[in-house]
Design a protein around this ligand. Structure first.
Ligand SMILES: [Zn+2]
Length: 1063
């Protein structure tokens, strides 16, 4: 419709306009958007996009919304409960992943109209901080701080130092977290060392006592001699290469099993049970010997060359293990079988015992299912004070107590060998103690006997170690406080059925940890923690843990604080409830397991307006928290709930993320030198140092730079959004790699987003945003293709954010920006935007307004600093409208396109475009073509009415349709396009019948379309060709398209555009 404009009038008008410089009549993008965010401005954007935004929504968004149909108020609040980072050490990439992921989740909910709540917290108590505090206090700063604990330091001094250390760390970490744009209640975080927190935690403990879930018991626990405290299973790591001395030890029978004594040849004075142990230091604590009823046992008589004792020893052991044992004995050792075999079941019953030579006591022979005939001798030495299984077997048979003659430092006490106190007392049990035990056993205990030690050998096995000190952990019976998980397990498992897990595999993991747990040892023998509110009778040792006493202690702590518990005089009466006799009771010194502290952080969450909802919508932490925080939070929450009501987890959705690895999949460690610091990423220092060097490739050629070399001395920082976009682009459900190379890619992606937003702001500078957006009737095919891509991207982004799969959303956004927007649409519409007539410019600007508005929705949760900056540089007219405060907008639904482009028309364009690009490349290679505008395109069709389902006819129709709308040349970004029909037929106005024009040069490429057969296979079918030729017209002085009549004056379109501007 525009092509028949009377150009003569315009040309005459143009002649009267003296235009020395036509470029001044172009509408080039105008924007104040800088190339890089300035540091000072970043701070302003951070204030606006984090603190101000959080404060705004906390008051502006209502806590409830009225349900449209039901007419009742429903909870509009989204609560993400912070898993407290440990208040120790500087921030690392793991913190960045954790905190930014949380922030992206919170912001994505905010953008859906929710009022969000995120109160950050810190886990403050516990051994690592205590150890660090002790190291600080010790003058040398060296040595084993844990072992030196208490030397010259009171509990109060330790607590004060630890408190100061935690407070300092919290301030440092908070400052970094805020720099990342993480928004939340930073001025009022919860801290597990705050008095109000401690009071709430003690309240949970009190309720558990009231429900009979807390008990004290003397039983084996994991004990870390290096930390001098009991450890929870969650605090263990394992050393696969632990070296020890294993030993075959003969335990003389004090009372031979009656089933054996009847056999001829058995000499009761020479008969021994042969056991094998990897922990010889536990032998002084032996209380029983276990066998298996289903194993065959033999009694053999051993003759060892050079052995002094005659006649030889008789040994009871599993029949299948005889050869194994012989392999550890000197060459020439022989044996004869006294009893070929007897079933283990025959050994059971009766009152058979062996002698414990250290205690001069008798140890019973008992059956146990865990004994096998695949290791050792088929007879197992049992020390209930040093083994969980030993303890439960001995409990079953009433054998006790759980004897453990080892002190807190892991050294033998005098009880280990009362008959010879100088032999073992004070020796570190696992090393020197074990050696001394073996040495003792290697000597005959009296003249008539042979040594108890048959053989010893080095052995390597898996052994628990302390997760902090990395030193071996032993099992040791001590008096500890326990939470009885077995009583709440079923309810806890029921509660997680209603929880959504991301990824779903987390469900079974958490289930397995809960199922495998029965008792939770919650007492620790350290100073830096919440006291266990137990009182002990000074004379009898009786324990007071009554509800009224705990209530009184909590009230006293409210007034005096927890420190007073540690520094008050031993008999201070203020701590005693009136029912207790003053002067008789003393306060216990145990503190609570830090997992109990952090497990009760849900007490800092307020009630929901919708009481059926869990306290928090989402918990997000690393996948190691299934055995830690997720579990302890669930257990303490369920423990305090009314047993008559349905149990409820404190979280509705449980999201886990992986750990940070380097680019090669290794863990980050200082020793490997592969630690990537988030501070360096945000400052830009990391990528500035790590610009990829140009290395010769395999061919010997220098590869092009991955990114352009930056000028020296200029800060290259894109700010915290780089770190945020890295988090958002990562599939956090697995371990997440971080490397300079990867970050360079993220930086390029961020830079692309930045220049795209800048370009949009620039070309929309003179757009009248009050005009109505284009409707489907007045948009072009290119516009429709753009809006179609926008709609499908928007749909994908919407769904991926909905399901917390941010990396999928970010991938969609990146693809859209690179391919659909930048490489295609911008190329097509640039000419219209810069040089077009007002109506066309208005239409494209309308489309781009829709694109900008939608992109701001997508990017708001991910790169809020960039979005705030975009708002700052929005075209003046938009600053009044909906886009003025993009982070406050509500994304109610993904963009929907009302009238999509005709699929076949799009396919036809794409086929022609692909052929054109190849032909242009050939022309460039031949030196005939520079700019793509310096050519015209002729589309040649094959004869009409071809055999393949009328495909030729349809191609002609579609191409003609593209030509008739006048946009094919623009879409191909060439100066002209026309069609040549190879046979006669009805022609359109752009068609030329007959041969293609003659020209100086031409490059022809076939146009192929995909045809799918009935079987679903797609085959290429050639429908015609594209010929790229030199332009027939002159280069327009204004728009540089080859559409002008001469080189002096602009083309007809430009004349109209210029004339329009100055009527
Ligand atoms: Zn022009």
């Amino acid at each position: 419709m525009l092509r028949f404009f009377p150009s003569r009038i315009l040309r005459a008008a143009a002649n009267t306009l003296a235009h020395p410089d036509w470029s001044k009549t172009l509408h080039l993008p105008r924007s104040t958007f800088p190339a890089r965010p300035k540091a000072a401005e970043l701070q302003t954007y951070r204030q606006k996009c984090a603190d101000d935004l959080y404060a705004w929504q906390a008051t502006a968004r209502s806590k409830t919304t009225r349900e449209a149909d039901g007419g009742k108020d429903v909870d509009n609040e989204f609560v993400l409960h912070d898993g407290p980072p440990y208040a120790n050490g500087s921030v690392h990439a793991g913190h960045a992943l954790n905190k930014i992921l949380k922030d992206i989740i919170v912001r994505s909910q905010l953008s859906r109209g929710k009022r969000v709540k995120y109160q950050p917290g810190w886990d403050c108590h516990g051994l690592p901080i205590e150890l660090k505090a002790l190291q600080q206090r010790s003058t040398s700063g060296k040595g084993n701080a844990a072992r030196d604990a208490g030397v010259g330091l009171s509990a109060l001094e330790i607590r004060q130092t630890a408190n100061a250390l935690a407070s300092k760390t919290i301030d440092e970490q908070r400052a970094e977290f805020k720099i990342w744009g993480v928004m939340g209640e930073w001025d009022t975080p919860y801290k597990t060392m705050d008095l109000d927190f401690e009071i709430r935690q003690l309240g949970v403990f009190r309720e558990m006592v009231e429900k009979g879930l807390i008990f004290r018991d003397y039983r084996p626990v994991y004990w870390s001699p290096s930390s001098r405290t009991a450890l929870a299973e969650a605090e263990l790591e394992y050393d696969d290469q632990h070296k020890c001395s294993a030993a075959f030890v003969k335990m003389p029978f004090a009372q031979v099993p009656s089933a054996l004594s009847q056999y001829e040849g058995i000499d009761e004075s020479r008969l021994h049970a042969l056991i094998w142990t990897t922990t010889p230091w536990t032998l002084p604590a032996n209380k029983a010997i276990a066998h298996n009823n289903d194993i065959e046992y033999a009694v053999i008589e051993l003759t060892i060359p050079g052995a002094e004792r005659k006649p030889a020893d008789q040994l009871l052991l599993a029949k299948d293990r005889v050869e194994h044992v012989l392999s550890f004995l000197p060459e020439g050792t022989t044996y004869k079988s006294i009893i070929g075999s007897t079933m283990g079941s025959e050994l059971s019953g009766g009152d058979a015992t062996c002698l414990n030579v250290f205690q001069n006591s008798h140890s019973r022979i008992v059956p146990a299912d865990f004994v096998t005939a695949t290791t050792g001798t088929g007879l197992v030495h049992m020390a209930p004070g040093h083994g969980m299984e030993d303890y439960s077997v001995c409990q079953k048979y009433g054998i006790g107590p759980a004897f453990a003659p080892i002190d807190d430092a892991g050294c033998f006490t005098i009880e280990a060998f009362p008959g010879s106190s100088e032999t073992l007392t004070g020796l570190f049990a696992e090393t020197k103690g074990a050696a001394a035990v073996l040495e003792t056993l290697a000597k005959p205990s009296h003249a008539s006997t042979s040594p108890s030690l048959l053989a010893s050998h080095p052995f390597t096995h898996k052994n628990p170690i302390d997760w902090r000190t990395k030193k071996p952990v032993i099992v040791r019976a001590t008096a500890q406080w326990f939470a009885d998980v077995s009583k709440i397990k079923t309810r806890a498992l029921e509660a997680i059925e209603a929880v959504r897990f991301i990824p779903e595999s987390g469900r079974n993991r958490l289930k397995a940890f809960i199922e495998g747990r029965s008792q939770w040892c919650i007492s620790r023998q350290r100073a830096w923690g919440v006291p266990i509110p137990a009182l002990y009778h000074a004379e009898t040792g009786e324990v007071c843990m009554s509800d009224e006493s705990i209530g009184h202690i909590i009230d006293t702590i409210k007034v005096r604080g927890t420190d007073a518990w540690f520094f008050d005089a031993e008999h201070e009466a203020v701590w005693l409830h009136s029912s207790l006799e003053p002067g008789k009771w003393v306060r216990g010194k145990d503190t609570m397991d830090v997992w109990f502290d952090s497990g009760t952080t849900w007490t800092s969450l307020g009630p929901r307006s919708d009481a059926t909802k869990p306290l928090a919508d989402v918990y997000v932490e690393g996948s190691d928290q299934h055995r830690g925080w997720f579990q302890s939070s669930l257990l303490t929450a369920v423990a305090t709930q009314d047993v008559n009501e349905k149990p409820k987890a404190p979280y509705g959705t449980l999201i886990t993320h992986g750990f940070i690895l380097d680019g090669e999949g290794r863990k980050m460690s200082k020793s490997l030198g592969n630690v990537v610091s988030p501070v360096e990423i945000v400052s830009g220092a990391l990528l500035l140092q790590q610009q990829p060097k140009s290395k010769p490739g395999k061919s010997g050629k220098v590869k092009p730079q991955a990114v352009p070399q930056k000028s020296k001395g200029r800060s290259d920082s894109l700010g915290p959004d780089l770190l945020r976009l890295w988090v958002a682009s990562s599939d956090y459900t697995r371990d997440v790699p971080i490397s300079q190379q990867g970050l360079l890619g993220v930086q390029q992606a961020l830079q692309k987003l930045r220049v795209t937003l800048k370009f949009l702001c620039g070309v929309l500078a003179d757009h009248d945003s009050s005009t109505t957006l284009p409707t489907s009737d007045d948009v072009t095919l290119a516009d429709k293709m753009m809006l179609s891509a926008l709609a499908s991207t928007s749909r994908e982004v919407w769904h991926s954010y909905q399901h917390y799969r941010f990396h999928e959303g970010v991938r969609e956004v990146t693809n859209f920006v690179n391919a659909d927007l930048s490489a295609l649409y911008f190329e097509v519409v640039k000419d219209t935007l810069y040089a077009g007539v007002a109506a066309d410019r208005q239409r494209v600007q309308g489309v781009l307004t829709i694109v900008l508005a939608e992109m701001l929705h997508w990017l708001a949760p991910i790169v809020p600093h960039l979005i705030e900056e975009t708002a700052e540089h929005l075209p003046a007219s938009m600053k009044q409208g909906d886009l003025a405060k993009p982070l406050q907008r509500v994304w109610t639904k993904s963009y929907v396109q009302t009238a999509p482009a005709h699929n076949e028309l799009v396919a036809t364009f794409r086929a022609i475009s692909a052929a054109t690009k190849i032909a242009q490349e050939r022309a460039r290679a031949a030196g005939k073509l520079g700019s793509g505008l310096a050519c015209r395109v002729e589309v040649k069709s094959h004869p009409s009415g071809g055999s393949e389902m009328g495909i030729n006819d349809r191609f002609i129709q579609r191409t003609r349709s593209l030509l008739d709308s006048g946009e094919l040349a623009a879409m191909l970004v060439v100066s002209q396009a026309a069609m040549v029909l190879q046979i006669s037929g009805s022609t359109g106005e752009n068609d030329t019948v007959g041969q293609a024009s003659t020209a100086d040069w031409s490059f022809e490429e076939p146009v192929t379309v995909k045809l799918s057969s009935n079987s679903g296979d797609a085959t290429d079918f050639t429908v015609g060709s594209v010929v790229v030729l030199p332009p027939q017209q002159s280069k327009c002085v204004r728009c540089w398209q080859y559409t002008a009549e001469n080189e002096e004056l602009p083309c007809e379109r430009c004349l109209r555009a210029v004339n329009e501007k100055k009527p």
